[in-house]
Design a protein around this ligand. Structure first.
Ligand code: SF4
Length: 74
């Protein structure tokens, strides 16, 4: 078994583009990335479809949210 700090570094996967948003949405199971025709990526909140209290495209970064449920982006 390798000790910490020994051996070659583990290969790193590139961070997904969505991680640049920060805040809660990138780690919320209700969020879904949507890419526009111009190549910009937005996060769509799935709760907006069932609850008008949630904006369809919440301004990022979202720091507090009553609907946040930890999970990966879909
Ligand atoms: S529920 Fe809140 S944290 Fe989750 S995607 Fe919607 S706005 Fe973001």
């Amino acid at each position: 078994m390798k000790e910490p700090g020994q051996g070659p570094a583990e290969p790193r996967r590139p961070a997904p583009a969505q991680s640049s948003f920060g805040g809660l949405c990138p780690a919320c199971r209700h969020a879904r990335p949507v890419t526009s025709a111009k190549g910009s990526t937005f996060l769509l909140c799935g709760l907006a479809a069932v609850d008008p209290a949630f904006p369809r495209y919440p301004p990022q970064p979202v720091r507090t949210c009553a609907g946040h449920e930890p999970g990966p982006l879909r």
